[in-house]
Design a protein around this ligand. Structure first.
Ligand code: GDP
Ligand code: IMO
Ligand code: MG
Length: 415
C-alpha cells in the first residue's frame, strides 16, 4: 500500500500537526522525513495542549508507530526533553541511525551567523538547522548511529573541532572538554539507544505488509531550500519529493498528497511575503489566530490567502487535495481577501516568479461571515464561508478535502 503525505503549502505553521493527529487513528505508522526542532506542531485534544518538535504528531494515537527518518537533523537534547511528556514510547518511536546529529555547536554557529548578518538576517529559529545540514552536505556531519559508540564519537567531534579551529575561532566557540563531552554523549546513548534503528528497513517492511503510513511534513513549501523564497528559507527539502530522500522510499511509494493551508497566510522570520497585511487586518488576523510561533514564541506576520503561491505549491507537491485550516479565524471580518494575481513591473501575472521581492498582490474580495468556529459539517458553515471555500477550490484548481474550524481534533470537516 502507498503512503499518504501531509505537506505544508505556505510558510509553515499551517496546522500540519492538528491534521496529522486527527488522521493518525487511520494509520499504523507516522513518519517525519526532514527538518528538525525548528518545527513546532501544536495539537489540542480535549483542552490539553501538546507542542511537538521532533516526535511525529502520531504520538498521541497509542496505536501508531512513529518514525524519525534519515532526512531529519536530530538534536538529542531536544528530543529527550520532548520524550519526557509521553510514557511507553519503546516500540512506538524509532529514530533513523542515518539521521544527522544537530549538536549544541550547530545552534551557536546559527545564532552567530544571524548576528553577523544584521538587518539581512534570515530570522532563523536559532536551532542550528542550517549548520547541521551544511555539515551533512559537506560530509563533515555525525550521524545518530554514532551515538552508540560515545567514546569514538567524542574523539571524532574533538578532532573535527581541531581541524576547523579557525572557523570556530571566528564564532568564539571553544573546543568541548573531552570528559564533559563524553558524559553528554553517554547520556544521549543511555536515553536514545532503544529507539535507534535502520528505519529504511522498518518503513519498507511496513510498506510490504500493506501497513497504512502517513508522512508528516515540517515547515512549508515556500521555505523549501530549492523552491522557496531563497535565501529566506530553511535548509531542507520541504516539498513532497523530500519525503522520498528523507525516508528512503521511492516516488511510487507515495499515494495521496494533502497540502495544508491556512484560510489566510502567515510567515515567521524575514523574507518576501506578497499578501502580508501590515495594517489593522493583519493585526486582527494575528490576534484572532493567536499567531505566535510554537518554537520561538515570535509573533507571526499575517496576511491574506495567496492563491498564486498555493497553485504553485499544489503543482510542486502533486496535491490531490487541500486541507483548509483556521477558517474560523476569519469569523467576524466584513470582507476577506484572496490574492489572485501578482503585479510585476506593471504587468499582471498568474504564476510565481523565481524572485518574489518585487511583486505586489492583486486581490479579489469576498463577503465575510459571522461564525464558522466549531462547525463539523459543510452545511453548518455560513453561506459566505461556504462560498469562500468553493472559490479557493476554483482559483487554486485543487479540491478542498478537509476544513478545520478550531484547534481541537474533532472540529474538522472531512468532505
Ligand atoms: P504546524 O507547524 O503546521 O503544525 O502548525 P502550528 O502548530 O505551528 O500552528 C498552527 C496553530 O493553529 C496551532 O496553535 C494550532 O493549535 C492552531 N490551529 C490548527 N487548526 C486550527 C483551526 O482550524 N482553527 C484555529 N483557530 N486554530 C487552529
Ligand atoms: P513548522 O514545521 C514556520 C522558518 C524560520 C526562518 C526560516 C529558517 O512548525 O511549520 P531555520 O531555523 O529553519 O533555519 O529558519 O524558516 N521556519 C519556520 N517557520 N514554521 C516552521 O516549522 C519553521 N521552521 C523554520 O522562522 O524564517
Ligand atoms: Mg509550527
Amino acid at each position: 500500500m502507498q503512503a499518504d503525505l501531509i505537506v505544508g503549502i505556505q510558510w509553515g505553521d499551517e496546522g500540519k500537526g492538528k491534521i496529522v493527529d486527527r488522521l493518525a487513528c487511520e494509520y499504523d505508522m507516522v513518519c517525519r522525513s526532514q527538518g528538525g526542532h525548528n518545527a513546532g506542531h501544536t495539537i489540542w485534544v480535549d483542552g490539553v495542549k501538546y507542542a511537538l518538535h521532533l516526535i511525529p504528531s502520531g504520538v498521541l494515537n497509542p496505536e501508531a508507530i512513529n518514525v524519525v527518518g534519515n532526512g531529519v537533523v536530530l538534536s538529542p537534547e531536544s528530543i529527550i526533553k520532548e520524550m519526557v511528556q509521553f510514557e511507553g514510547l519503546e516500540g512506538r518511536l524509532y529514530i533513523s541511525d542515518k539521521a544527522h546529529l544537530n549538536l549544541s555547536y550547530h545552534a551557536l554557529i546559527d545564532q552567530a551567523k544571524e548576528r553577523c548578518k544584521g538587518d539581512k538576517a534570515i530570522g532563523t529559529t536559532g536551532k542550528g538547522i542550517g549548520p547541521a545540514y551544511a555539515d551533512k552536505i559537506s560530509r563533515t556531519g555525525f550521524r545518530v548511529g554514532e551515538l552508540l559508540n560515545p567514546e569514538k564519537l567524542c574523539g571524532a567531534i574533538i578532532e573535527y573541532f581541531e581541524q576547523n579551529r579557525a572557523v570556530f575561532d571566528v564564532y568564539e566557540i571553544p573546543t568541548p572538554k573531552k570528559t564533559e563531552l563524553l558524559k553528554e554523549l553517554e547520556g544521549y546513548k543511555e536515553k536514545l539507544a532503544p529507539f535507534i534503528t535502520d528505519t529504511t528497513q522498518l518503513v519498507w517492511k511496513a510498506l510490504d505488509e500493506n501497513k497504512r503510513i502517513l508522512l508528516e511534513g515540517a515547515q512549508g513549501t515556500m521555505l523549501d531550500i530549492d523552491h522557496g523564497t531563497y535565501p529566506y528559507v530553511t535548509s531542507s527539502s520541504t516539498v513532497s519529493a523530500g519525503a522520498c530522500t528523507g525516508l528512503g522510499i521511492n516516488p511510487k511509494d507515495i499515494g495521496k498528497v494533502t497540502g495544508i493551508v491556512k484560510a489566510y497566510c502567515t510567515r515567521v522570520g524575514n523574507g518576501p511575503f506578497p499578501s502580508e497585511d501590515i495594517g489593522k487586518d493583519g493585526k486582527r488576523l494575528g490576534e484572532q489566530g493567536h499567531e505566535f510561533g510554537t518554537t520561538t514564541g515570535r509573533a507571526r506576520r499575517c496576511g491574506w490567502f495567496d492563491a498564486i503561491a498555493t497553485k504553485y505549491a499544489s503543482r510542486l507537491n502533486g496535491c490531490d487535495e487541500l486541507a483548509l485550516m483556521k477558517l474560523d479565524v476569519l469569523d467576524g471580518f466584513d470582507e476577506v481577501k484572496v490574492c489572485i494575481a501578482y503585479e510585476l513591473n506593471g504587468e499582471e501575472i498568474d504564476y510565481l516568479p523565481s524572485n518574489l521581492e518585487d511583486v505586489k498582490p492583486v486581490y479579489k474580495s469576498f463577503k465575510g461571515w459571522d461564525k464558522s468556529v466549531g462547525a463539523r459539517t459543510f452545511d453548518e458553515l455560513p453561506k459566505e464561508a461556504q462560498e469562500y471555500v468553493l472559490a479557493i477550490q476554483e482559483i487554486t484548481k485543487t479540491k478542498v478535502g478537509i476544513i478545520s474550524t478550531s484547534p481541537e481534533r474533532d472540529d474538522t470537516i472531512i468532505l
